[in-house]
Structure formats: C-alpha cells, structure tokens
Design a protein around this ligand. Structure first.
Ligand code: NAP
Length: 489
C-alpha cells in the first residue's frame, strides 16, 4: 500500500447468510457499515421458506460459518427452522444488529464518478451514501409462477412454496404439488402421511442420491459443547469431503469415474428402492445425473411409495376451479395446489436499479446474461461486490463456504482502496471479457450443459455456473490477480 490510509463507508444489501457474514467481518475490522434488509427480520432463504419438510441437504455441521460452530443441531441434516435460529443467535452474539435496518428495501444504487461513491435509494425515498456496496441479496428469492391456464380460477388455496400458506388445507385434504426440484421432493416426504391424497405432478423425474440421516442425542450435543474438535471431525469428515470432491470433479469431467460413480449409486438406489415397476419407470430420469441439481434424500423413495401419493407424469392441460385437468382428460380434484416451481434465478439484486460508471445500468450490462468477474465484481461498477453472485459454484455443498472465500477476495480488494491506492476498484473490461469467454467455453462442457433443463441454464442454454473445479475456485478467491483490476480516482 502506498497511498494515505482511509476508512470507507459500506452498505450491505440483504440480511441472509452472506449479508450477516459481511456484517460480522466488517464489525471485526472496525469498519463503518449499515445493512439494509427489505424484510422485518434476517435469514434470507431460511426466513422466506417455511414449507413442510424444509431441510438443508448439506450436513448441518458443514452448513455453519467456519468461525462459529454450533453444538445444538438436532440431526445430521438440519431443518430450515433450526438454521434460521442459528443465524439469529449468531447475529446476537456478534452484536451486529444495531447496524441492521429492517423494512428498508434498496430500490436503486447509482455510482457517482466525481465523488467516487454510491448513492442508494430506499423504497421510502430516503437516500444513503456509501463508498462500497456489498450486494448480498441472494439468488433464489423471486418465485417463478408456472404459466398454466386457469391457475387464477382455482377455488382452493394455490401458492408458491416460498409463500407457504399456513391456513391452506393439508391434513386429510386432496393436495396437488407441481414441481420435483429439491423443494417438491422434500414436501412429498413431509406431507404424504397427512393428506387424503397427494398428486405429485412430475414433468421431469429426478436422480436421487441416498444419504444418511440420524439424530444427535443430548449426550452428543453436550460433548460438542465441551469439545469443538468433535464438531470439526464431522465438518471435515473425509467421507463428506470426498463426496463433495467427487461431485465437483465430476461436474467438469463428465465422462470420468466420479460422475459415473454418482450415476451408478443413484441408479442402484432407484433399482433397490422402488418396488412397483410402473412407478420405477416413472421415476427414472432420461438425462445425466447431476445435470439438474441432485436430490440428496434419505427417504424420498420410501415416502413416494406411500399409498396416498400418486405420481402424475401426464401433461397438465389446465387448472379448473376444483382441480387439475390433464391433456388426456384425466381430472384430479384438489383442495390445495402447491407450486414448487422454483425461482427466477437471473434476478440477483434486481429489481433494484443499479447504475455504474457513465450511467450504465446493470440491466443493460446483464442484457444477455447475468455474470460477474469471478462471480464477485463487475467492470464499470466500481466498489460493487457480490456475494453468491452470478457464475459462482453451485451444487450439493455449502454456500457458506463459497461466501466466506468470496469475502476474503473482496477484502483484499477493499484493502487497496482503504490503503489509499485509489478511491475505487473494478475489474478491467479486458480481464472480464477473457474470464467470461473462458467460463462460457468451459461451462458448456460441464454436466450442467449435458442436456436437461434446470435453473442453472441461462436464456441461451449456457450453464450460469462456475465451470471449473472447487479447488480452482478456492485458488481464485485466495488471492485476486491485481493485474485484472484498475484503481479509479
Ligand atoms: P427447481 O429445482 O427449479 O424445480 C422446479 C420444478 O418445478 C421442476 O421440477 C420443474 O420441472 C417444475 N416446473 C416448473 N414449472 C412447471 C410447470 N409449468 N409445469 C410443471 N412443472 C413445472 O426449484 P426448487 O425445487 O424450489 O429448488 C430450487 C433450488 O433451491 C434447488 O436446486 C436448490 O439449489 C435450492 N434448494 C435447496 C435445498 C436444500 O436442501 N439445500 C432445498 C430446496 C431448494 P422441470 O424439471 O421439468 O423443469
């Protein structure tokens, strides 16, 4: 660092896992920061999703901040409610809540070149000036409603899974469930024994990876409290790490032994678990395992065989006031219709209107696809850093680890600004263009591009993901390549 040291003002957008991480780290650095959250409490995805069966399919002890292990998990895989409690406790413990402004939706952020700062506009009309913006606004938070004729005329309750309606009849009711992603599958396992009948509308079957689930006893939790090394032994368990590496290596080496092993395990799981040959064929995917996000489940195949569950693989013609009509004329009378139809994964911080250098909008920059330099920074948008932004790693591993590594990368860039080397920092157009060209080329060759539909794909069918190994991501985040950046002002 050569220039004069200075402290900058930070604005964090979003109080989910990543925004909370940023707040804790900035507090520990003694920085000046304010966090804006549109909702009334923190938690992000764990606040918004409350559907029955909500579980995180990453082992609970691996789905925690590295600096804040948690002895209280009740089982190997935690429920959404427990995870929400974890984040609330962590926020209290680290004393960051006085910096949080709840009920404050950021609707705009405009960069001022002369002043080298951002002006944020809130939904209330209030403005706020910050030198650095941390966009931690999440990925899967804009529900995608299916375009099905007649949906608005359904007489019963019809709602998206991220807007769970507690008053809707489920117990001893006729329930329809559209969608077989991680969400739909988890709901089947949770409500199948409560309903009179559950019609699961399955457009595409899923590959299901069998995983263990077991409860921790109070004696085990007591042992975890006394000896965090026992928690580390689970978090860094070699079998778990091997499974993550098998997955992340297999994503890029799609004909390699790791991906074949994943497929073999899933296929055998189907063969061994489903008794009825008709149901077995309904549940057999016709695309490569892990092309869509793999389902990790310890009970789906058992629960889908419950007599109350009917897997409907026909095409939906329309929703009628009392149920769903299939194109072959079959009618399913329903009291409640649950839409597990996923999210608009291309939104990120939008609909907030973000304008960078020369008034260029993020909408314009992302006209073709949402993307970012190494998933974190954007050329022409100085001092604007994204956590869990576009083109980051996706799969069956902890996004907390991703965000922590991205945070280390961000802070090394901010160090140059606080060190007085320039008032702002952004990647060069050339470096970004090179990254994006290499990324797209590699992404097309990943398992995600092997011929299925999924929320990983952008409008042109290119996987919007990190296309290299997890180690390559860790290496990239460990030390930013400063020659790819320009200091401004
Ligand atoms: P999703 O994976 O995008 O799945 C959406 C489902 O809805 C698909 O089965 C899709 O069918 C179906 N669908 C969409 N529109 C439809 C229509 N018009 N008619 C019939 N079917 C329709 O969404 P998600 O299950 O909510 O999961 C999203 C992501 O959230 C996951 O991939 C994961 O990253 C995350 N998640 C994680 C966990 C966890 O435990 N960690 C739990 C839940 C969610 P097609 O496949 O045919 O398109």
């Amino acid at each position: 660092m050569t220039g004069q040291q200075r402290k900058v003002r930070f604005a964090i957008i979003g109080a989910g896992m990543a925004g909370l991480l940023a707040a804790i780290k900035l507090k520990q650095r003694g920085e000046n920061f304010t966090l804006f959250e549109k909702a009334a409490k923190l938690g992000g995805t764990w606040r918004e999703n409350r559907y029955p069966g909500l579980t995180c399919d990453v082992p609970a002890h691996a789905y925690t901040y590295s600096f804040e292990p948690y002895a209280e998990w009740r089982a190997y895989y935690a429920t959404g409610g427990e995870i929400q409690t974890y984040f609330e406790k962590v926020a209290e413990k680290y004393g960051v809540l006085p910096h949080f402004r709840f009920g404050c939706e950021v609707t705009g952020a405009v960069w001022d070149d002369a002043a080298a700062h951002w002006t944020l506009t809130l939904a209330s009309g209030e403005t706020f000036v910050a030198d650095v913006v941390i966009a931690a606004s999440g990925v899967l938070h804009h529900p995608k409603m299916p375009e099905i004729e007649g949906l608005d005329r359904f007489k019963g309750a019809a709602f998206h899974t991220a807007r769970w309606d507690d008053s809707a009849p489920i117990d001893w009711a006729k329930v329809g469930l559209i969608g077989c992603g991680s969400t739909g599958i988890q709901i089947v396992t949770a409500i199948n024994k409560r309903v009179e009948r559950l019609v699961h509308f399955q457009r595409s079957p899923q590959w299901v990876m069998p995983v263990p689930q077991f409860e921790y006893t109070e004696a085990e939790r007591e042992a975890f409290r006394k000896d965090p090394a026992l928690i580390d032994a689970i978090r860094y368990n070699q079998d778990y790490i091997n499974a993550v590496l098998r997955f992340t290596d297999g994503v890029t080496d799609i004909e390699g032994p790791q991906m074949r092993e994943i497929e073999d395990i899933c296929r055998q799981h189907l063969e061994d678990s489903i008794k009825d040959p008709v149901l077995k064929e309904k549940l057999r995917p016709n695309y490569r395992a892990a092309c869509k996000r793999l389902i990790y489940s310890w009970c789906y195949y058992e629960e889908v065989q419950h007599p109350a569950v009917h897997v409907e693989t026909g095409r939906i013609a329309r929703v009628e006031p009392d149920g769903v009509r299939m194109t072959d004329g079959t009618f399913h009378p329903l009291d409640t219709l649950v839409l597990a139809t996923g999210f608009r994964a291309d939104r990120f911080i939008r609909p907030a209107v973000v304008k960078g250098q020369n008034g260029r909008s993020l909408d314009d920059f992302w006209a073709r696809r949402p993307t970012a330099h190494y998933a974190v920074t954007l050329p022409g948008f100085p001092n604007f850093f994204m956590l869990n932004g576009p083109t980051g790693p996706v799969g069956n591993f902890s996004l907390i680890d991703i965000a922590e590594r991205q945070w280390d990368y961000v802070m090394q860039l901010v160090d140059h600004v606080e060190g007085g080397n320039g008032r702002a920092i952004a990647p060069t157009q050339t470096a970004f263009a090179d990254y994006e060209e290499r990324r797209i080329d590699a992404a097309k060759k990943t398992i995600f591009g092997s011929g299925c539909t999924s929320w990983y794909l952008d409008d042109e069918g290119v996987p919007a993901t990190w296309p290299w190994s997890y180690q390559a991501f860790a290496d990239a985040m460990a030390k930013p390549r400063l020659e790819e950046y320009e200091l401004i002002g």
